[in-house]
Design a protein around this ligand. Structure first.
Ligand SMILES: *Cc1c(COP(=O)(O)O)cnc(C)c1O
Length: 379
């Protein structure tokens, strides 16, 4: 079946005698056992829940994995994969990461003796040069957030595996509709399900997807041991949002390309970052490994003051962190989503203070462009 069909055609209620069209919300903490000395399929919702299992199986299928695991947030999913490592292990990561990931890597993992080294992964040679015998994981996002740089995922997988390290990709900016890192050699894919998987800004959630059975057992062990799985009602909302992933993404991506082209042609905009534009330095790699540029883009406003003014001038773009919703949003990453990045890293990460990030929604594209045009004129 094609992707559009698979989004709505799957068993959403395995074993249910009433065949509901929507997956039931099994809002229960415990499941009664028939016998005292053996468990049924489910015994306790931290360990497993039918609503969550339907969601996990659907995400695994869409991402081309064998198993997926859903967590209470994207950060909980990222924390889960880092717990595969132990003291003395090292992560080599691209420097342009979600601010929360940088915080976790620098201020939490260090407490358990795990070191993270940042490199520019858009140049594979730099990652290869940074690998040491202690490197147990290569960790990247692509496209990166908020600079929309492209990392060659197949090249990263090769470099990681040559060293016997795991390769983990945060694919939140693309969703399984546009990119499938497992098919390019990744061992682990993480998503902030809060973004495109949900699409409606009404759930925080995360997912880890794997192909390898042994890795799946470890991820499940950690999920159950640490108790950060997604609750049944949030799983239901995610299942509902997920059904329209293709419709939303097609509309949002189409709008994003139009907005990017408008900004690229605007005299007041010195720089636009959108991997769907052929002028983007990572365009060729993106065409090879993904199916479009997505619906997130960023551009420079000329000055920090102009960036703040533009964000406040726009009417249809609401000022908000996060991305991937049906609503268009605007943010100044250095002041918002990436404000938690330690100052010494901010210097090396080079996120310009005049950078504006847009997440494009499903609104009318002419009205979105008009809104930006008016805001750009006003400064
Ligand atoms: C938002 C985001 C996260 C964190 O997800 P939460 O659901 O907010 O915890 C991780 N990675 C990327 C790329 C994100 O955009």
């Amino acid at each position: 079946m094609k992707f559009a069909t698979r989004l709505v055609h799957y068993d959403g209620s395995p074993g249910d005698p009433f065949h509901p069209m929507a997956t039931p919300i099994y809002q229960t903490a415990t499941f009664a056992q028939e016998r005292a000395d053996s468990f049924g399929q489910y015994d306790y919702t931290r360990s497993g829940n039918p609503t969550r299992r339907v969601l996990e199986d659907q995400i695994a299928a869409l991402e081309g994995g064998s198993r997926a695991f859903c967590f209470s947030s994207g950060m909980a999913a990222i924390a889960n994969v880092t717990h595969l490592l132990k003291a003395g292990d090292e992560i080599v990561a691209d420097w342009d990461l979600y601010g929360g990931a940088t915080r976790l890597f620098g201020e939490v993992l260090n407490r358990s003796g795990i070191t993270v080294r940042y490199v520019d992964a858009s140049e594979p040679g730099r990652v290869a040069a940074a690998m040491t015998p202690a490197t147990r994981m290569v960790y990247v996002e692509s496209p990166t957030n908020p600079l929309l740089r492209i990392v060659d995922l197949a090249a990263m997988a090769e470099i990681a595996h040559a060293q016997g390290a795991l390769f983990c990709v945060d694919s939140s900016t693309m969703s399984p509709y546009l990119q499938n890192p497992l098919s390019l050699g990744a061992d682990l894919v993480v998503h902030s399900a809060t973004k495109f998987l949900c699409g409606h800004s009404d759930v925080t959630g995360g997912a880890v997807v794997v192909r390898d059975e042994a890795l799946a057992r470890e991820i499940y062990f950690l999920q159950n041991a640490e108790g950060n799985a997604l609750g049944p009602f949030d799983c239901f909302l995610l299942l509902r949002g997920l059904k329209t992933l293709k419709l939303r993404m097609d509309a949002q991506q189409k709008n994003a390309l139009l907005v990017a082209a408008f900004l690229a042609g605007h005299a007041g905009v010195p720089e636009v970052h959108y991997p769907g534009l052929p002028t983007h330095p990572g365009y060729d790699v993106q065409v090879r490994q993904a199916r479009g540029g997505g619906a997130v883009l960023s551009f420079r406003a000329g000055s920090a003051k102009a960036a703040t003014q533009i964000a406040e001038e726009t009417k249809l773009f609401r000022i908000a962190v996060s991305f991937g919703s049906v609503n268009s949003t605007i943010s100044v990453p250095l002041k918002m989503s990436h404000a938690s990045t330690p100052l010494e890293l901010q210097a090396t990460r080079a996120i310009p203070e005049d950078l504006i990030r847009l997440s494009i929604g499903i609104e009318d594209s002419d009205e979105l462009i008009e809104d930006l045009d008016t805001a750009l004129r006003a400064i």
